[in-house]
Write a protein that binds this ligand. Structure first.
Ligand code: TEU
Ligand code: CA
Length: 563
């Protein structure tokens, strides 16, 4: 595999609004990120992805951009952004911004001009249609509920939005629009960004605009997943964008790609792919349902294991997935994948090691390194996220009681990940001296950085060690480039795999249950193995095998001349 500058990195997602507030208005900001760069360095991070900070009315927390060339005043100024790039560079940290180009905000000047004259120049930047025979052009359902068509006030035109109505879709079929996007991307890359995380990109290619698909709910609408499965030709757009922007800048790009079709993986993330990498969402979508959150099932650790191995196999020889256990759209990984009895420091480290050691580029979402957990919501008044609001309504429409609907929101809300970072045991978890824009999780007195930094047994310290392994001169190469070989794959309650390169093997073995387990693995005996990391008090490797306590994970280096 051709080596790339980013292969050995460890990435970190920052959700700026909730990271660190430098001026006590209750909202995290760019100067706040700058103040915490040394912290990220201490953790071992060398690439950060910053969720959107562009000018935005924040209908979808910045994923609705009103000006791609301005920083929203709640986050700071363009000077702050330049300073962030400079300070990050000094510390050898690369910065990725979020590229939201499927749609913009309805408050973007392009859209305002378009609404004033849907048939004019700017009208072609979007999708405008009129009703036909009294019906909307098609029956697609927006991701945030309701039809994708919204009337332009005071006219008989409708515009298309696959997300919220304040997020009109940009018309990628229009070459003029594409040029404006490429100009913008190059403008940012010229500033010294390392690249982008690319939002919702699969949506830029629509199938025929006037085609209805079979309704999958009583609202008569159909899921966008069905619609996109019928679209073809996205490659033309993505290749053009890559060649005009990312490639000449040697930028790293990671695509938010949910529905790549079978056999298209290399097109998206191979050596000559549209992107450097794409996120592995197999475990994220496992158990989800077109009916909505209320019908979704939370994956078990067994499901999690199966998903990881499937993805590792699928990507082998093609490229690098970007691996996650959570992001700003998901509940906290430890609250989601771990069963209740495993939601403790030991279980959190188990999950950390199992995902982090997989082949690919690991992304840590802010607070994950502390083992931050889900909130407990008792009323919708405490919930901000538009997707949670929509899904709550879907629950009620499906006949669930308020209490049942709240339970669903508690399982899946995007706000779980968006609560302020827990820096310390001080008021508001040390995130702000003002009033935080979103409630801080009450558990900040037990779970916070200040305390974990001092504790050699903390989740934070464990993540630091995991990150260091990736950079180890002796075996880091194997962790970055080695093949993944599942072992004891059919044994339930165990997730174990080798990372193998020439002359070196590293075993990652985790006990997903509470009872002691003994793993018989060829070549594993006390002398032939070196313990690189474990979350247990003692690691017993003997002729009998590897003894794992409940929830124990071990990372063992098999010494070459004994193999
Ligand atoms: O998400 C795209 C997306 O398709 C899913 O995340 C999903 O629709 C959503 O989480 C429903 O709960 C990206 C961003 O990550 C997300 O924050 C934005 O809301 C969305 O795009 C629109 O820009
Ligand atoms: Ca602030």
């Amino acid at each position: 595999m051709k080596k790339e500058w980013w292969h050995g990195k460890t990435a970190y997602q920052i959700y700026p609004k909730s990271f660190y507030d430098s001026n006590d208005d209750g909202i995290g900001d760019l100067p706040g990120i700058i103040q915490k760069l040394d912290y990220l360095k201490e953790l071992g991070i060398d690439l950060i992805w910053i969720s959107p900070v562009y000018l935005s009315p924040c209908a979808d927390q910045g994923y609705d951009i009103a000006d791609y060339y301005q920083i929203d005043p709640i986050f700071g100024t363009m000077e702050d952004m330049d300073r962030l790039l400079e300070e990050a560079k000094k510390r050898e940290i690369g910065v990725l911004m979020d590229l939201v180009i499927n749609h913009c905000s309805d408050e973007h000047p392009w859209f305002k001009k378009a609404c004033a004259d849907p048939e004019g120049e700017y009208g072609k930047y979007f999708y405008f249609q009129k009703k036909r025979d009294g019906r909307l052009p098609c029956n697609w359902r927006s991701y945030f509920g309701g039809p994708v068509w919204e009337p332009v006030p005071g006219s008989d035109w409708y515009y298309l939005h696959v997300f919220h109505k304040k997020q009109p879709d940009l018309n990628w079929e229009n070459p003029v629009l594409r040029e404006r996007i490429y100009d913008m991307i190059n403008w940012w890359l010229d500033k010294g960004l390392s690249g982008f995380r690319i939002d919702a990109i699969i949506n830029i290619k629509k199938p025929q605009m006037f085609r209805d698909y079979p309704a999958d709910r009583e609202d008569g609408l159909c899921d966008m997943g069905t619609v996109l499965a019928d679209a073809s030709g996205i490659g033309g757009f993505l290749r053009e964008m890559r060649d005009r922007t990312f490639r000449p800048h040697k930028a790293f790009t990671v695509g938010e790609v949910f529905n790549a079709k079978d056999g298209e993986l290399a097109d998206f993330a191979g050596e000559d792919g549209y992107f450097s990498s794409i996120f592995d969402f197999r475990q994220t979508v496992e158990g989800k349902s077109v009916d909505g959150w209320y019908a979704a099932r939370i994956p078990t650790l067994e499901d999690y294991k199966r998903c990881c191995f499937e993805s590792q196999r699928e990507m082998e020889g093609i490229g690098f997935y970007s691996n996650i256990i959570e992001n700003h759209d998901e509940p906290r990984g430890v609250s989601y994948y771990l069963p209740v009895e495993a939601r403790n420091t030991k279980g959190k480290k188990l999950l950390a090691a199992l995902y982090f050691m997989l082949k690919g580029l690991p992304f840590i979402y802010q607070g994950q390194e502390l083992g931050m957990e889900n909130m407990v919501y008792t009323s919708m008044d405490e919930v901000d996220d538009i997707s949670s609001r929509d899904e709550y309504q879907v629950c009620l429409d499906a006949g669930l009681s308020d209490a049942e609907a709240m339970a669903v929101v508690n399982r899946f809300s995007r706000d779980h990940a968006r609560t302020p970072f827990q820096w310390s045991g001080e008021r508001n978890a040390g995130f702000t001296k003002g009033v935080p824009w979103l409630k801080v999780n009450e558990n900040y007195r037990e779970i916070n950085l200040e305390q974990q930094r001092k504790d050699p047994g903390s989740v934070f310290t464990f993540y630091q060690k995991l990150i260091r392994l990736r950079k180890d001169p002796e075996f880091g190469e194997t962790i970055v480039y080695g093949r993944t070989e599942p072992v004891l794959e059919t044994e339930s309650g165990i997730m174990a795999y080798f990372r193998e390169s020439e002359g070196q093997r590293i075993l990652v073995a985790g006990n997903l249950g509470q009872e002691e387990r003994i793993l018989e693995i060829d070549g594993a005996d006390g002398e032939a193995c070196r313990i690189l990391l474990s979350n247990g008090e003692n690691v017993k490797v003997s002729e009998r095998g590897i003894v794992l306590e409940g929830l124990q994970v071990v990372i063992l280096l098999f010494i070459a001349d004994r193999m």
